[in-house]
Design a protein around this ligand. Structure first.
Ligand code: FAD
Length: 515
C-alpha cells in the first residue's frame, strides 16, 4: 500500500446519499434530476476524466458527431436549438450549459477514478474507493446508493483486432477513440477499416484533405441519408414559437415517427429493407454496386442505423474522393493491406474504426458483504438493477432510440424509489426473482437475433443475464418503458427492502452545497 493510500484509509470517508459514477450525458442528467427532484438529498458525481462529456470528450476524431437527432438525444428539460445531427463540440457545449445553468459543477469531482465498491448490509452503505488522477491519492466515500452512469465501453482504448503483419506496415495505425493530435493526413492515402457510424463520419470529414480514402468493410451496414434539418422545427422557429415548445413538439414527432419505423422494421422487415436500399441507391453514382457494398446481410434495426447528414458519405463517393471496398483482410503489408481477394490496398495511414471494448459497470470490482460480485451470475431487472446487488442502478440507454431518453425516465424511477425508501424507513433494496421465477431460463443480456453489434457479441458472456420474462431484461423499448416505469408498484414482491442489521449511527450526509 502506498503512503497516500495508507493515509486515506485512516481518514473518515466522506458520505453522500447518492454517488453518481461518471459525468457523461447520463451522469450530468442524473445530477440535474437529483438537484431538481430531490434537493433535500446530498450527492456527488465522480468522474475519472479531467472534464465532463464522457463519449463526447473521449472521441476527438475528425467530424465526430451524433448519429441520432439532438431533439431526442438532448434532455427533455433543455431545448435543443441547433441542427438535428450535432458535432461533438456542440453536444459538449449543450452539456456545459446544463451544468452551468443548474449549478452542478460543485457536485462533480473530476480525476476521480473509482477503483472499488464494497457493500455492507450491517450499515446499508457502499464504501467506494477512488484514485485521484492529479495527486495519485486514494480517497474513500460512503453512500447509500450508487447511480451507475459509467457508460458501456472502456474509455482508455478502443478495440483493434490483431491482424497478421501489423508490425510490418510502415505508416501509423490509429484508432478513432484515441485519435492522435499530430496525425497528418494531408495528401495521404487513407484506409478506414469498418463501416459503422464512426467510419461513415470520418470518411467524408477527411475526404477533401487526403489523396484518397477507402472505407474497407468485411460486410455492409445500413445507412440512412437525409437532410440535416427539421422542417417542423424550422417552421415553428419561423413562427417565433417558444424554444421549449419547439423542443417538446419536435421530440414528440420524432419519437412517434421512430416508433412507427421500429415497428415496421420488425413487422415488414423486407419492405423497410427495400426502402432503405432504394434511398441509398439514389444517393450513389449510376452503376454503383449497391448489392455488394451497401446491402447488409442482416435485417434493419438489428444494429444501430447510422444517419448520414446531407448524404455527405455518398457525396464523397460521387466526387471520387472516397471509395468502398468489401473484402476481408489477409494481412497488413509494408505499404497497405493485402486482401483475401488478392488485391492490395495501398495506404499511408490506416484507421481502425473497429469499435470498442465493452465494460461491465466500469470494470469496477464490486463486493457485497465481503463476497466479490460476478455480474454474469446475476439477473437484471429491466436492465437497471441486478439480483443480489443492493442499492445500485445502471443507466444503460437505448440503441434504437436516443440513449438519453432513458437517462430522464430512469431518473424519475430511481428518485421515486429513493423517496419511497425514505418514507418506509428502510435503507436497503434489491430486486430479486419471485419464488415462481427462480427456475426461469437465464438468457444472454441481449437476444442476438434482436440486436447484435460486435462489441456486445464479443463480451456478452460477461454481462448480467436476462430472464425469459420481459421484466427481467432490457427491452430496448422506450415507447413501452415511458408508460411502464412510472406505473411500477414499488411494493411489488420483486422489491426486497431491509434496514441495517447492525445498530449504527447513520452517517452525516454532507450538505448538498458542500459537494
Ligand atoms: C462515437 C459515438 C457516437 C455515439 N452517438 C450516439 C448518438 O448519436 N445517439 C445515441 O443515442 N447514442 C450514441 N452513442 C452511444 C453513447 O455512448 C451514449 O449515447 C451516451 O453518450 C453514453 O453516455 P453515458 O454518460 O452513459 O456514458 P459515457 O459517455 O461512456 O460516459 C461515461 C463516463 O463515466 C466515466 N467513468 C467510467 N468508468 C469510471 C470509473 N470507474 N470511475 C469514474 N468515472 C468513470 C467515463 O470516464 C465517462 O466520462 C455514441 C457512442 C459513440 C462511442
Amino acid at each position: 500500500m502506498t503512503a497516500a493510500a495508507a493515509r486515506s484509509t485512516e481518514l473518515k470517508p466522506e458520505h453522500f446519499d447518492v454517488l453518481i459514477v461518471g459525468a457523461g450525458v447520463s451522469g450530468v442528467g442524473a445530477a440535474y434530476h437529483m438537484r431538481t427532484q430531490m434537493p433535500e438529498a446530498s450527492y456527488v458525481v465522480l468522474e475519472a476524466q479531467e472534464t465532463f462529456g464522457g463519449t463526447w470528450h473521449t472521441h476527438k476524431y475528425p467530424g465526430i458527431r451524433s448519429d441520432s437527432d439532438l431533439y431526442t438525444f438532448g434532455y427533455r428539460f433543455k431545448p435543443w436549438l441547433g441542427d438535428p445531427i450535432a458535432k461533438g463540440e456542440k453536444i459538449l457545449a449543450y452539456m456545459g450549459e446544463v451544468i452551468q445553468e443548474n449549478d452542478l459543477a460543485r457536485h462533480i469531482r473530476y480525476r476521480h477514478k473509482i477503483t472499488g465498491a464494497s457493500w455492507s448490509s450491517e450499515t446499508c452503505l457502499w464504501t467506494v474507493t477512488a484514485r485521484r488522477g492529479d495527486t495519485g491519492e486514494e480517497v474513500r466515500f460512503t453512500t447509500n446508493f450508487m447511480w451507475m452512469c459509467q457508460g458501456y465501453y472502456r474509455h482508455d482504448q478502443g478495440y483493434t483486432p490483431q491482424w497478421a503483419g501489423m508490425d510490418t506496415f510502415k505508416g501509423p495505425i490509429v484508432h478513432p477513440q484515441t485519435w492522435p493530435k499530430d496525425v497528418d493526413l494531408k495528401g495521404k492515402r487513407v484506409v478506414v477499416i469498418g463501416s459503422g457510424a464512426t467510419a461513415a463520419t470520418l470518411v467524408p470529414s477527411i475526404a477533401d484533405e487526403v489523396a484518397h480514402v477507402t472505407m474497407l468493410q468485411r460486410s455492409p451496414t445500413y445507412f440512412s441519408p437525409g437532410r440535416n434539418a427539421d422542417e417542423l422545427a424550422d417552421t415553428l422557429r419561423a413562427l417565433k414559437i417558444d424554444p421549449s415548445w419547439i423542443h417538446e413538439i419536435v421530440r414528440r414527432q420524432r419519437l412517434y415517427l421512430g416508433s412507427v419505423f421500429t415497428k415496421r422494421a420488425f413487422t415488414h422487415a423486407e419492405e423497410v429493407r427495400k426502402e432503405m436500399l432504394g434511398v441509398v441507391k439514389a444517393s450513389l453514382p449510376e452503376g454503383f454496386d449497391v448489392d455488394k457494398h451497401f446491402t447488409p446481410s442482416y435485417l434493419p434495426w438489428r444494429q444501430r442505423i447510422a444517419f448520414v447528414p446531407d448524404g455527405d458519405l455518398f457525396k464523397a463517393i460521387h466526387a471520387g474522393k472516397a471509395s468502398v471496398v468489401t473484402d476481408e483482410i489477409d494481412r497488413f503489408v509494408e505499404d497497405g493491406i493485402l486482401l483475401k481477394s488478392g488485391e492490395t490496398l495501398h495506404a499511408d495511414v490506416i484507421v481502425s474504426a473497429t469499435g470498442f471494448d465493452l465494460s461491465v459497470l466500469g470494470d469496477i470490482p464490486f463486493e457485497v458483504d465481503g463476497a466479490p460480485v460476478d455480474f454474469s451470475q446475476t439477473v437484471t431487472w429491466r436492465g437497471m438493477t441486478f439480483t443480489g446487488v443492493p442499492n445500485l442502478a445502471w443507466v444503460f440507454g437505448y440503441f434504437r432510440a436516443s440513449w438519453t431518453l432513458r437517462v430522464d425516465i430512469m431518473a424519475d424511477f430511481i428518485i421515486r424509489l429513493l423517496k419511497h425508501m425514505r418514507a418506509k424507513g428502510v435503507a436497503k433494496v434489491t430486486t430479486e426473482l419471485r419464488p415462481e421465477e427462480r427456475d426461469m431460463e437465464r438468457l444472454p443480456w441481449m437476444d442476438p437475433d434482436n440486436f447484435n453489434p460486435g462489441y456486445l457479441m464479443r463480451s456478452m458472456h460477461l454481462m448480467p443475464k436476462r430472464g425469459a420474462k420481459d421484466e427481467w431484461g432490457h427491452t430496448q423499448d422506450y415507447w413501452r418503458e415511458k408508460d411502464e416505469l412510472p406505473a411500477i408498484d414499488l411494493d411489488d414482491s420483486v422489491f426486497h427492502y431491509a434496514k441495517p442489521t447492525a445498530a449504527v449511527a447513520a452517517p452525516q450526509p454532507r450538505k448538498t452545497e458542500d459537494a
